[in-house]
Ligand binder design. Structure first.
Ligand code: SME
Length: 156
């Protein structure tokens, strides 16, 4: 939805957050909080990590908790992004049969895989209360953030 957002500045802010945080849990939590704060239509931000055949919620920031703290790879938009290793941008979740409902207020969602050299490590999942909130600038920005997270997660 770009508009007033300076994505370069936002990426710098995320990078500086990553530098200041220490420990995997804190890095993921701080990143989720930074994304939520930086872009007003990022209503709920979650970071899931892949554990065998499940995506496990490692950090989130937003108005409420989700019941989907563990998502099988076969389920939802989150599962699809992790299975394919590709970004899934769902502009109208209520018309999307792949969608697994979390919050009744969500109108659109984007899921961006965190890719390491060996494959998918996890993903960034963002719900927006705005219809068709995410465009190619959001996608590019979030791919960069996922790249930063991959560097932190990969050595484990
Ligand atoms: N909507 C996601 C499930 C996770 S929640 O949005 C937090 C999906 O379709 O996979």
């Amino acid at each position: 939805m770009s508009g007033s957002i300076d994505y370069g500045d936002a990426l710098d802010r995320v990078r500086s957050t990553l530098r200041q945080a220490s420990g995997k849990e804190s890095i993921l939590q701080e990143t989720a909080a930074a994304l939520h704060e930086l872009v007003d239509y990022y209503t709920w931000v979650g970071i899931y990590l892949l554990e065998r055949e499940d995506l496990v919620l490692a950090a989130w920031e937003g108005p409420q908790a989700t019941e989907h703290t563990r998502i099988p790879l076969g389920s939802g938009i989150c599962g699809l992004a992790a299975r394919t290793g590709k970004v899934v941008n769902a502009p109208a979740v209520n018309e999307d049969p792949r969608y697994l409902m979390c919050f009744p207020s969500t109108r659109s969602e984007i899921v961006v895989p965190i890719l390491g050299p060996q494959g998918v490590l996890g993903e960034i999942d963002i719900d927006s209360n705005v219809e068709a909130a995410f465009d190619e600038d959001d996608e590019a920005f979030l791919r960069n953030v996922a790249g930063e997270l991959a560097k932190v997660l990969e050595p484990e």
